[in-house]
Ligand binder design. Structure first.
Ligand SMILES: [Zn+2]
Length: 404
């Protein structure tokens, strides 16, 4: 466990702020106008962008009007003078604020934890799920990989998996816990991975929440793991290339994987540091096996590559042949339905939370790398340029505003 002194924490925060500043600079051109008119009908107008909102089957030019922290209207030709602030999104992509369902942002608490603000919200991600706390790790000690100091790993001693304790913790924290997490890997759960999985499932079922299962280099074959999972549960690291993946020795998608998807198990990406292979992804997509959700598994050891952020991870899927609409569906629409989030996330419908992301779609030759050091050249890259969270332009307080 990492213990930051207050001084270290402040140093940490300074780094965060400088990252945020560099993003803010890009917003200056976007923030076109702020009217003095306090009686304006809308607080904010995001004008002229190509709005991609798969929840409404929308992929065309729209203006998004925001009022009282909610989406007031998605329309055509909404007049600028009707809004107090106008964000000029012409030539940009406007999407619901992205939802990353696998990150590690317990900064200063968990050894892997990174600060959420500069790495997530500053890059278009308005909701994140910390996969170890918001999804309660079934291991009482939390996420603790094997080391010389900790020879029992996370679940190498099965007594660390205690459903009763997990159930009690969840019942006491229903407002912040959305699911249960279990990590099954030889160095984490040893040969009793199925027993650990069943204990985690017992806890998740008792509180009627989904279970997220980390796979890769498991002792047991994936088909036995999938057997335990039911509708709403999540496999993360789906496109890893370690032992016991989604493909057989000849590269064909296992029938048990299709069966699991068919009964409502969600295949999540969880890119991570060692869990995303272009080769596996290409084979799966060729056989029309698409992930349900795309997440980063962003943490201390991949935030500077190869995962970087949600926009980079999504751009890899553009390279793999998914459309922009398919990518946003898996980064906003589907994640919104994965957990019991408050209603109105992952959509730009009228009345929804005004969480909005603005990207530019850069064209060129971009090198992308998976976690096996395999490289691919893509020709499109999503670049985050602005984020609106609950109606507020993120970091707006210090953005110079051009008045009308
Ligand atoms: Zn993770």
């Amino acid at each position: 466990m990492q213990h930051l002194t207050r001084r270290q924490f402040l140093q940490h925060s300074t780094v965060g702020s400088s990252l945020v500043c560099s993003v803010r600079a890009e917003w200056r051109d976007l923030l076109a106008a702020e009217s003095q008119n306090t009686a304006a009908r809308y607080d904010l107008l995001i004008k002229g962008g190509r709005v991609i909102d798969p929840s409404q089957g929308l992929s065309s030019e729209r203006d998004i009007a925001v009022s009282g922290g909610k989406i007031a209207r998605a329309g055509i030709n909404i007049v600028e003078t009707e809004a107090r602030q106008v964000l000029n999104a012409r030539g940009k992509i406007v999407t619901p604020g992205l939802i990353d369902i696998h990150v590690h942002v317990y900064d200063g608490g968990a050894p892997l934890g990174i600060p959420a603000d500069p790495n997530c919200i500053a890059k278009g991600v308005t909701t994140v799920v910390d996969a170890g706390s918001v999804l309660l790790n079934i291991a009482v000690a939390g996420q603790t990989p094997y080391s010389d100091d900790n020879p029992y790993g996370e679940l190498l001693d099965l007594r660390y998996a205690n459903p009763q304790l997990a159930i009690r913790t969840i019942e006491q924290n229903r407002d912040v816990i959305l699911g249960v997490k279990v990590r099954l890997e030889m160095n984490l759960a040893g040969e009793h991975d199925l027993a650990a999985l069943r204990l985690a499932k017992e806890a998740a079922d008792a509180v009627r929440l989904p279970l997220m299962v980390h796979i890769g280099n498991t002792h047991s074959p994936l088909k036995d793991i999938l057997n335990v999972l039911t509708k709403g549960d999540i496999i993360t690291h789906s496109f890893h290339s370690k032992e016991h993946g989604i493909l057989d020795d000849r590269g064909r998608v296992l029938p048990e994987v299709r069966a699991a998807v068919g009964r409502g198990v969600n295949l999540d990406i969880g890119h991570g540091r060692g869990s995303f292979s272009f080769d596996v992804a290409e084979k799966a997509l060729k056989q029309e096996l698409l992930p349900g959700t795309i997440s980063t598994d962003l943490h201390h050891y991949n935030v500077n590559g190869p995962a970087f952020d949600m926009a980079t991870t999504l751009s890899k899927f553009l390279r793999l042949g998914l459309t922009l609409e398919q990518v946003i569906e898996r980064a906003a629409t589907n994640p919104a339905n994965t957990f019991g989030f408050p209603k109105g996330l992952g959509t730009l419908r009228e009345g929804a939370e005004a969480d909005v992301a603005v990207f530019s779609l850069a064209e060129g030759d971009f090198e992308f790398e998976d976690t096996q050091k395999q490289k691919r050249i893509g020709h499109q890259k999503l670049v985050p340029v602005a984020t609106v969270k609950a109606g507020r332009i993120y970091g707006s307080a210090s953005i110079p505003v051009v008045r009308q």
